[in-house]
Write a protein that binds this ligand. Structure first.
Ligand SMILES: [Zn+2]
Length: 209
């Protein structure tokens, strides 16, 4: 009985919402992804009123660097081949996969251009600083950028998995299209902004009118 009660505690901890499971090479490993919002300055970039749950969950894990990218799996001794499958060169780490090569850079550059912003990301840390500084307030542009950024992380991860496990790839343009469609569908019903001269550009570019 004592043992069972002990297990119950263990089970509660393992299946709490802050726990994520990976199935790797026939066994399950778990990771604790609970972090208090006070500890991180990017909480509001991932969780915000009109977020898309699957985008935010994936983004949360990316921000915490808890994804089973190859560099991490190699550290656990689970794999030895660590090349990035999207670009074919470079170690597959969180920083590389999302900010370190042409495909990801091209997708994000195009998204920003649709918001009237010219910016090339250089590294994960630098990009994160940019987001923390710029994604403030409740403007339509900020709302779109938060949705698009979490969508960007989601679809880059999906693209990586398609290439890894299904052997097919999409163009950067297709990934941009998927992100924009998801943002459009979400905002079409939930948009609280009015069209004015300042944001007409955003409404048009993102297909909201
Ligand atoms: Zn790469």
């Amino acid at each position: 009985m004592k043992k069972l009660l002990g297990l119950r505690e263990e089970a509660r901890r393992l299946f709490s919402p802050g726990t994520i499971w990976y199935h790797i090479k026939g066994r399950w490993i778990w990771d604790d992804i609970s972090v208090s919002r006070e500890k991180v300055n990017w909480h509001r970039i991932v969780w915000f009123p009109v977020h898309i749950p699957k985008f935010s969950l994936i983004s949360w894990m990316v921000f915490l660097n808890r994804f089973p990218t190859k560099d991490r799996l190699a550290r656990f001794g689970l794999i030895t081949e660590t090349d990035c499958v999207v670009c074919g060169s470079g170690l597959e780490s969180r920083d590389h996969l999302f900010t370190g090569y042409f495909f990801a850079k091209e997708v994000w550059r195009t998204i920003l251009a649709s918001c009237g912003i010219r910016y090339d990301m250089q590294s994960w840390d630098e990009c994160l600083s940019w987001l923390v500084v710029n994604l403030k307030g409740k403007s339509l542009r900020v709302q779109i950028l938060k949705l698009a950024w979490t969508g960007f992380l989601y679809y880059i991860w999906e693209e990586r998995n398609h290439r890894c496990f299904r052997g097919h790839s999409r163009s950067a343009g297709t990934v941009v299209y998927r992100i924009k469609e998801a943002v459009k569908i979400k905002l079409y019903r939930n948009c609280i902004h009015r069209i004015d001269d300042a944001n007409r550009f955003m409404f048009t570019n993102w297909g909201l009118i």
